[in-house]
Design a protein around this ligand. Structure first.
Ligand SMILES: [Ca+2]
Ligand SMILES: [Ca+2]
Length: 143
């Protein structure tokens, strides 16, 4: 099992789970602002799918990450083309990596193009303009 720990960067705690990335949340905002802010602090919205599922649960249930809302923006959207899901690292979502909650994605009212991940690990597509707590990640090679 991966060793978890806290690493201080610029005075702020990031969660280390031994997978080459560090994680932290920032105050709730819309997807675009979440993306901009994660990049401004040296990371990006978390690209979670290629990661081990157990590792993701370790991240989302850790006290440093877990939030009252219990769900976080991750770096996945279909803004460019409906139902073509692209990660913030530019890679397409592979179906074997998808963790949609039952019945999702719904694209309700034709305007759900961004994704939140719940602490259970499941995903929902939601409107990009709602406020949610962003999960930022940073490669350990960028620290
Ligand atoms: Ca959509
Ligand atoms: Ca949805």
């Amino acid at each position: 099992m991966a060793q978890t720990g806290i690493k201080e960067i610029n005075g702020r705690p990031w969660l280390s789970v031994g997978n080459g990335y560090l994680y932290r949340t920032i105050p709730a905002r819309n997807y675009h602002a979440a993306n901009t802010t994660c990049r401004a602090i040296g990371g990006r919205l978390a690209v979670v799918a290629p990661r081990n599922e157990h590792t993701m649960r370790t991240i989302t249930t850790h006290p440093l990450i877990r939030t009252v809302s219990s769900h976080n923006w991750i770096g996945l959207n279909d803004i460019e083309q409906e139902n073509t899901w692209v990660w913030e690292n530019g890679e397409r979502l592979l179906s074997r990596d998808a963790h949609w909650n039952s019945g999702e994605p719904t694209n309700s009212e034709g305007r759900e193009d961004c994704v939140v991940a719940f602490s259970t690990g499941g995903w929902n597509d939601v409107p990009c303009d709602i406020n949610a707590t962003p999960l930022c990640e940073m490669s350990i090679f960028d620290t």
